[in-house]
Design a protein around this ligand. Sequence first.
Ligand code: PLP
Length: 396
Amino acid sequence: MVIYLDNNATTKVDDKVFDEMIPFLREEYANPSSMYEFSVKSSNAIADAREKVKEFLGAKSEKEIIFTSCGSESANTAIKGAVAHNKSKKHIITTKVEHPCVLNTYKSLEKQGYKVDYIGVNANGELDLEELKEKITDDTALVSVMWANNETGVIFPVKEIGEIIKSRNPNTLFFVDAVQAAGKINIDVKDSNIDMLGVSGHKFHAPKGIGVLYVKSNVILPPLITGGHQERGYRAGTENVPYIVGLGKAAELAQENLGFELSEVKRLRDKLETGILKNIFNARLNSSISNRVPNTTNIGFEYIEGELILLHLSDLGICASSGSACTSGSLEPSHVLRAMGTPFTSLHGSIRFSLSRFTTEKEVDFVLDKLPKVIDSITKISPYQEELEHLKKTRS
Ligand code: PLP
């Protein structure tokens, strides 16, 4: 039995997506760029998928949609392309809580002489917009922020940020990593000042290995991968037709299911969260309550280790994720939770539960039944018994 509550890591491929892909893995294998009749179905299928993604993202034209291999490639293409586009400018602004595919790209640009400012967040994970405002100068080539955070689900006010950027410096490009927002909240690039935006198929029930980069029609970026003229020269390489078809279908389904995400998935997330916070005395929410995507909750269990919790949950078939990443043998607390100033008492014991439209009430009830016992057994062997006793008294 698997109870999968790690949908921010990756999602199950929807059967409807899979069915749509099959013909393009079997009989319709033509190269879409070929000149014969056999390739028409493949090239039409790509055009159809591009149209669906255009609708999904609220783009003006299907020419603004470029298929990539993943969210990381989309971010790399956007960021490296934007600094090449704004060649004379050497300043970039981002946030302290971005995904490593963004942060590590900036680290490499810093080595090339770029100055990067990292904007902080408050204890709820919300961005300091005043700091952002102050940092934008005539030399700012690019501002990049994520739409929703992968660890906490906290949503950044992208529309407002776009307005701030363009009012300070209309030539500054704006990149949004929307990997954790797509399929969870409404995305409408038309309605904002976004120049480039990245999404990843495997976070909304398409397979791994396919992503999208939206590039506004008046922005010209050099390609990251050079070669043939596929994707209007933005991304060389024979198109991954079955995966593009799958992503198109996943985008269509995500749009259809958005209402369900915002109501039913949120209801189950809230039930899980409220139940945990009510029944486990050393549990605390690691983010703002309201300003979040509907599927994510990040909860700190004080004075105990997250990895131990995950192992116990795994024995029960429950998949969740810890806020810490295991780097070179040492346990590094999450850079997101650290940026939020999360107290050390829960920094190492933080767990992310992320639901999807396939999560059932029965699964949530199962976790609510088992988790308090798991936490209780681990809490009993914590070396911080005095502190836990004090916490119990103050919280009861
Ligand atoms: N951006 C965010 C916010 C993510 O959560 C992830 C993946 O977890 C990525 C980018 C990278 O996406 P991909 O795995 O498709 O490269």
